[in-house]
Ligand binder design. Structure first.
Ligand SMILES: Nc1ncnc2c1ncn2[C@@H]1O[C@H](COP(=O)(O)OP(=O)(O)O)[C@@H](O)[C@H]1O
Ligand SMILES: [Mg+2]
Length: 284
């Protein structure tokens, strides 16, 4: 669906290059995440992919067509939700959606149905200026879905949301994946990356350091052991066993009969540990 090769970019008037030759492919139906600290180049990459930044070197193909040759019909095929939503504050939620809807010529979703989907139908007649940050972000997501696009670009979709709103947003994104959409999102939140993404690209200083699925990474980089917490004479203790052959490990089996575990965990790495190990940087 998306195929990027040797993507380089320098902002006009800047001496330093911002992107140093990115390579990645995103197949149809995947959620692909750019994970990296602030200033890494995540938003810049997305802006190039949606064509609002121009003048790149290398190749960006979306649906087999080079971005620099795309016409305005490209915007009928993609949905974009960026970090700082621009709405008409003095108009209502519904009026805003109707306004944006008039920009599209193809099939259009019914705004009220979309508002129900994102749990905003009660706010349909509120002015945008009265909405909380979480409501605005959901409205922004709604706007990106108006024309039922095949590809969604979401810039920091959970950033600044409280846990309840973040969970709602993640559920909505997963529902769109289930509906067959291809989704490219950026985040500096590794928990969001882990919960949402089929694959993540670690990006630091305009370079991709690694691309893989969060699950494979955690298994490959983690310890192949399990850790048990148990009590002996009411004192909390822990013991570690190798994960391989655990079912035939008599020592382990006898142990858990004698000391019923209070907790039992395999020790895969966290995405954050892996990020730091691979990039030498924190995700701040
Ligand atoms: N309009 C701009 N002009 C010049 N430099 C910019 C502009 N926007 C972003 N940058 C720089 O490009 C780099 C990448 O920024 P950005 O893509 O926004 O990072 P991220 O989204 O990963 O936080 C940063 O060093 C930032 O300062
Ligand atoms: Mg950004």
């Amino acid at each position: 669906m998306i195929d990027v090769k040797g993507l380089q970019f320098t902002y006009p008037g800047q001496k330093e290059r911002t992107l140093h030759g990115l390579n990645f492919e995103i197949p149809r139906g995947e959620i692909f995440g750019f994970l990296g600290p602030s200033g890494a180049g995540k938003s810049t990459t997305q802006k190039l992919l949606i064509g609002v930044l121009k003048g790149y070197h290398g190749s960006i193909k979306v649906m087999d067509k080079e971005i620099r040759k795309m016409g305005p019909d490209y915007y009928e095929r993609i949905g974009v939700a960026f970090e700082f939503p621009n709405f008409y504050d003095k108009f209502s939620v519904l009026e805003n959606l109707k306004l944006f809807r008039s920009l599209y010529s193809g099939n259009i979703e019914e705004p009220m149905r979309l508002l129900e989907l994102v749990d905003l139908s009660d706010a349909a007649h509120m002015k945008v200026s009265q909405l909380s940050k979480g409501m605005k972000m959901r409205l922004n997501f709604c706007r990106a879905l108006l024309h039922d696009p095949d590809i969604l670009f979401l810039d920091e979709p959970t950033s600044g949301l409280d846990p309840v709103n973040a969970k709602k947003m993640k559920e909505m994104i997963l529902a769109k994946k289930a509906a067959g959409k291809t989704i490219l999102l950026t985040t500096h939140n590794m928990q969001a990356a882990e919960e949402l993404c089929d694959r993540v690209a670690f990006i630091v200083d305009g370079e991709i350091k690694l691309i893989d699925s969060p699950r494979d990474l955690k298994l490959r980089k983690g310890k192949k052991t399990i850790r048990i917490e148990y009590r002996r004479d009411s004192e909390l203790k822990e013991v570690v066993f190798p994960l391989g052959g655990i079912g035939e490990n008599d020592q382990f089996l006898r142990f858990i009969q004698e000391y019923p575990p209070e907790t039992i965990h395999s020790q895969e790495a966290t995405l954050e540990q892996i990020f730091i190990e691979v990039t030498g940087r924190q995700l701040l």
